[in-house]
Design a protein around this ligand. Structure first.
Ligand SMILES: NC(=O)c1ccc[n+]([C@@H]2O[C@H](COP(=O)([O-])OP(=O)(O)OC[C@H]3O[C@@H](n4cnc5c(N)ncnc54)[C@H](O)[C@@H]3O)[C@@H](O)[C@H]2O)c1
Ligand SMILES: [Zn+2]
Length: 363
């Protein structure tokens, strides 16, 4: 079991506990991190069926009462009305004890539960218990939450740090292959932006990872958690350019997700493809110094079942989706490019003809 600290100064710092069966030590961590005795567990029906009992046993051991608040599965769960229902539930239960929120699930659950916890009474304690690879290596850490509006994804949200993140790698055993592959895209991203030894491990340890060997999963989740923690510590509110590095592959990836109507490609699949576009653009602009990087990325995408082409999606649609990225400032695009593994370069106002060329090559 590994414990990684997110240092945010004093009381706001929190631990990320990673490993097999960490859920069994929940009572110990609860005692240290959370002053509460009544848990609202937010989960969808599937995750509740798979892992709800394991969590509730842990809570009983800790002498905590709890209730489940069930949300719909898939991105549908991340809506304003669902956040409101959680908040109303909290309001009904709050008189019965010192309430806190546990998000048990993937990024959807973490985002909507985190948002509800942050607004009810201006904030009640939050624990993230991520159950997908993507949530364990990324979304559960860093305090960003939110819901989708009719006008777009993630348009309402707050920054609100959890008191504890508990990543039990046993949870990954029930994920389907596509879900694991999707999470692997973010893992590959961490390798490229900041950790050559992780990148090497993804290459040589493929067999172990694909088999979900407990040791391998613990290694990648803990490595990625500490990388994300370091970015969050340096740029908690995503105001500078530091945390932007985590967006490597995302500007192109979001364009693909949007152009495909958020159906055909999962987030991770789109990010994998987006990294390929970002590397090709880095090469085209003469920024990429490491000539091996492109081949390494292509091999890794293949090895982890991620697409290299945006099949069936027209380059024109990709380009217009690219132009609508909400992270662009004053209409000026900002793309995270790579000089070599471990060194990113944020570039503004890249000429659209270059973007077009890259999109064409990859569609
Ligand atoms: N807040 C952040 O910083 C941040 C970062 C990245 C992504 N996100 C958000 O995360 C969301 C995507 O997260 P996700 O990929 O985890 O998707 P998800 O939450 O929809 O989970 C994917 C699927 O896996 C199922 N599932 C979850 N745990 C399981 C388990 N252990 N076994 C079997 N099935 C399981 C879920 O029911 C769901 O159908 C998006 O809404 C995205 O915007 C947020
Ligand atoms: Zn992502």
């Amino acid at each position: 079991m590994k414990s990684i600290k997110v240092h945010l100064g004093g009381e706001r710092s929190y631990p990320i506990i990673v490993g097999r069966g960490t859920i069994c030590s929940l009572n110990r961590h609860l005692r240290v991190s959370v002053a509460g005795d009544l848990a609202c567990i937010v989960a969808n029906a599937k995750v509740r069926r798979l892992w709800g009992r394991t969590l509730s046993n842990g809570l009983k051991k800790a002498g905590c009462r709890f209730y489940f608040h069930t949300i719909p599965d898939s991105e549908l769960g991340k809506s304003w009305p669902n956040a409101e229902k959680i908040v109303n539930g909290l309001s009904g239960w709050a008189g019965k004890g010192r309430i806190f929120v546990i998000a048990l699930g993937g990024g959807v659950t973490g985002d909507v539960a985190g948002f509800a916890a942050s607004v009810f009474k201006r904030g009640v304690p939050l624990i993230q218990i991520p159950t997908t690879l993507l949530a364990q290596v990324d979304s559960a850490i860093g305090g960003k939450n939110g819901v989708d509006l009719k006008t777009g994804k993630n348009l309402a949200g707050t920054f609100y740090q959890p008191k504890l993140v508990l990543s039990d790698t046993d949870f990954l055993s029930t994920l389907d292959r596509r879900q694991i592959n999707s999470g692997m895209a973010e893992v590959i991203k961490y390798g490229f932006i900041s950790d050559s030894s992780l990148l090497n491990f993804l290459e040589v340890g493929r067999e172990k990872i694909v088999k979900r060997s407990p040791k391998a999963m613990e290694f990648i989740v803990s490595r990625c958690s500490s990388i994300k923690a370091r970015y969050v510590e340096r740029d908690e509110f995503d105001t500078g350019e530091i945390r932007m590095a985590l967006n490597f592959g995302h500007t192109f990836g979001h364009a693909l997700e949007a152009a495909a109507g958020f159906r055909r490609y999962s987030h991770g699949e789109a990010v994998g493809w987006g990294m390929l576009c970002a590397l090709r653009l880095s090469e085209r602009l003469g920024i990429l110094k490491d000539k091996n990087a492109l081949t390494r990325l292509e091999r890794l995408l293949r090895a982890y079942g991620l697409p290299l082409k945006a099949r069936g999606i027209d380059a024109g649609r990709l380009l217009s989706a690219f132009g609508r990225d909400k992270k662009f400032v004053g209409g000026m695009n900002r793309v995270v490019l790579l000089e070599k593994p471990g060194r990113v370069k944020i570039t503004r106002d890249v000429r659209l003809s270059f973007i077009k060329e890259v999109l064409k090559k990859n569609s």
